[in-house]
Design a protein around this ligand. Structure first.
Ligand SMILES: C[S@@+](CC[C@H](N)C(=O)[O-])C[C@H]1O[C@@H](n2cnc3c(N)ncnc32)[C@H](O)[C@@H]1O
Length: 475
């Protein structure tokens, strides 16, 4: 080893601070003195040939404060006067240019937890924040291309989403915007909680049986909880409906261009009407004839007919006979077991014991996936349901995944749809307080794929939402 810097001992009284030192350092003197006390002198003061400080003004003050008489120094004697002057600035400036690496600093401080570093006032800077503006711009361009950014959380509360929903409603899809004039979309039994229980209550009052239709039209309003998101119209119609924006989005994203869609639990008209309006062919099956009739009526009112739509009344357990053929996309929203009871038909899934419900549900999915072409997607919108007695979740989302996987379509995307709050804020406090149940304000949008994922690139064309919008909504 060779000596490169010569450290000399200089009397403190012989050292002269630079009169034009542009750094204010008083705030650091105590901390430097503390450092010298703790660690001794490891960094000498740098002096020019006249003993004027080049680097180390704070150290000089700290030594003075500590009462040192002489201190270790190095001489910058190889530099010109101008270089000395410049180095005085540069030395400070280069120190300023470094930054703390927050994660590493935090780790080092944690490792030194027993060492008293309080005098040095370490603060871990905030972890670097992403450039919010840039993120928003990226998000915007993604949305321009794909309608909404293709992320695993879709937020139906966002203004853009709500506005687009209104656009769909303005085509004539019924909504709470047209409550008074709304026609019956189908049986209210499907959406009104405890419909049959209330119907029986009314029958007991009347002393005779009534039809579901009569109950809907005359009495249901009196039983509907005040804060329900489902509203009964003047004609006994219901307002709860499938989100048309989610519907078009799933078609755009996961159905082949102009492809054939199969929906084994169609319920209302939304998925059929959105399909036809966006250029797809749709086949929906539902057990309830009155729902099928109402759907055809809606299609006639909005589209002037149902050219690209086939609504079939029947049990989807027989899907292969009822809707024989090959399909490009399966899209549905099944009964979430007993969350809503749709009818008293024994084949209605919402009317079964859980074990029978699951077995039938699996068979229906199996039948549908068999008819799904190779290299195609399937999408089920589901939400978990609690056991009414125990409050435990039934794990219905996982059951749906297992059913598809057994049928030969594997889980490819999982999307959380953040749903509007509705009446949840009024209900959530009580249910949380009583049973620590978290208010549910999301649905799971499960996307499956059958076939070889390498084929996706050739099978699905590039998406350009601008073209689609021009075709569909500005017509
Ligand atoms: C979740 S709901 C659909 C209603 C929902 N609000 C919508 O519009 O998407 C499920 C539908 O499945 C139907 N359903 C129940 N069991 C069925 C079965 N075995 N075959 C066909 N449809 C069935 C019910 O009549 C109900 O309309």
């Amino acid at each position: 080893m060779k000596e490169v810097l010569k450290v000399i001992d200089v009397q403190l009284e012989d050292i002269k601070p630079y009169p034009n030192n542009p750094r204010r350092n008083d705030a650091a003197v105590d901390a430097v003195a503390e450092s010298i006390k703790n660690f001794g002198v490891l960094v000498p003061i740098v002096l020019d040939k006249n003993n004027v400080i080049v680097a180390g003004h704070t150290r000089y003050k700290a030594f003075k404060k500590l009462g040192w008489e002489s201190v270790p120094c190095v001489m910058a004697d190889g530099l010109t006067d101008e270089q000395v002057r410049a180095f005085r600035l540069v030395d400070n400036k280069t120190a300023e240019m470094s930054e703390w690496e927050p994660e590493l600093l935090a780790a080092e401080l944690e490792a030194l937890a027993d060492f008293d570093l309080s005098a040095f006032k370490f603060e871990v800077p905030n972890f670097p924040l992403p450039d919010v503006k840039k993120l928003a711009e990226t998000r915007q361009t993604l949305a321009e291309r794909f309608l909404f950014a293709p992320f695993s959380v879709l937020d139906a509360r966002r203004q853009e989403w709500q506005e687009r929903k209104r656009l769909w409603y303005s085509l004539g899809l019924q909504s709470d915007l047209s409550r008074e004039n709304m026609k019956t979309l189908g049986s209210l039994a499907g959406s009104m909680p405890r419909f049959y229980y209330y119907k029986e209550m009314q029958e007991a009052k009347l002393g005779h049986k009534i039809t579901a239709k009569e109950f809907e039209e005359k009495y249901a309003k009196d039983y509907m909880p005040k804060n329900s998101t489902i509203k009964v119209t003047n004609t006994g119609g219901m307002l709860s409906m499938f989100d048309p924006v989610l519907c078009e989005l799933m078609y755009y994203w996961f159905c082949t261009d102009g492809g054939k869609i199969l929906d084994p639990f169609c319920g209302g008209s939304v998925r059929g009407i959105v399909a036809a309006a966006t250029g797809y062919n749709y086949t929906g099956i539902d057990l309830r004839q009155e729902q099928i009739n109402a759907n055809y009526q809606q299609a006639a009112d909005i589209l002037g007919g149902a050219d690209k739509i086939k609504w079939i009344c029947g049990n989807s357990l027989n899907v292969k006979e009822l809707a024989a053929g090959e399909y490009d996309f399966i899209f549905s929203c099944p009964p979430y077991f007993d969350l809503e009871i749709y009818s008293d038909n024994p084949h209605d899934l919402s009317n079964m014991e859980y074990a029978d419900f699951l077995a039938t549900y699996r068979k229906i999915i199996e039948g549908c996936v068999e008819m799904l072409k190779e290299n195609r997607f399937a999408c089920f919108v589901v939400g978990d349901v609690r056991d009414r007695k125990t409050g435990f979740y039934r794990n219905f989302v996982s059951e749906t995944i297992a059913a598809f996987e057994t049928a030969g379509a594997k889980l490819y995307n999982e999307i959380i749809l953040v749903t509007p709050f509705g009446s949840l804020p009024q209900r959530a406090g009580r249910t949380f307080q009583r049973g620590r149940k978290i208010g549910k304000t999301h649905q799971n949008v499960l996307v499956f794929y059958k076939g070889d994922t390498k084929a996706i690139k050739e099978t699905f064309k590039e998406i350009n939402i601008a073209d689609l919008d021009a075709e569909v909504l500005e017509e």
